[in-house]
Design a protein around this ligand. Sequence first.
Ligand code: GRF
Length: 193
Amino acid sequence: MVNIAVFASGSGSNFEAVVRAEKEGNIDGKVKLLVTDNQDAYAVERAIAHDIPVFCFNPRQFNSKAEFEKEILTKLQESGIDLIVLAGYMRLIGSTLLEAYENRILNIHPSLLPAFPGLDAVGQAFDAKVKVTGVTIHYVDSGMDTGPIITQEPVKIDSRDTKEDVQKRIQRVEHSLYPATIQAVIEQIKRSG
Ligand code: GRF
């Protein structure tokens, strides 16, 4: 069994999509933990509703990223976590977690990377008036939305679309693409033993 921790700082709709996929038997793993740096994140309520343990930390109570990542790592190890899935986690991952989970950390980003990395990728694409944007799922490295790309799906932008229309379309794609990609990664993990 591949044990998964989801990291989220906000709404957690992708967290919910992954949990649902697991419950429907579409992910051959178990979501064991939600990690958050925001006690007010709606993702926390979603986790409670699904009886999934939450590890919440306040970065301001630590002197450095290495210090709070050490705490996270202890929690991940206690929970037997094999795979980390970032879903709207608003921090860069540091060397403590990158070294412990090499090639075992995924991120989802709402653009066709390397275009529009960072904050408000949908707004960036909208303002740039591109006709196509999309969703990228990639392995995480120390950069901001860098790291080897696993999969991408395009999403069209029509000239009549509002930013909210594009946002909705992107999220719909995310909610099916992330579970499917996580399952593909799990199969790869299993094959590699
Ligand atoms: C998603 O759009 C994801 O691509 C980005 O953050 C957003 C999280 O949304 N990394 P949610 O909290 O899962 O609803």
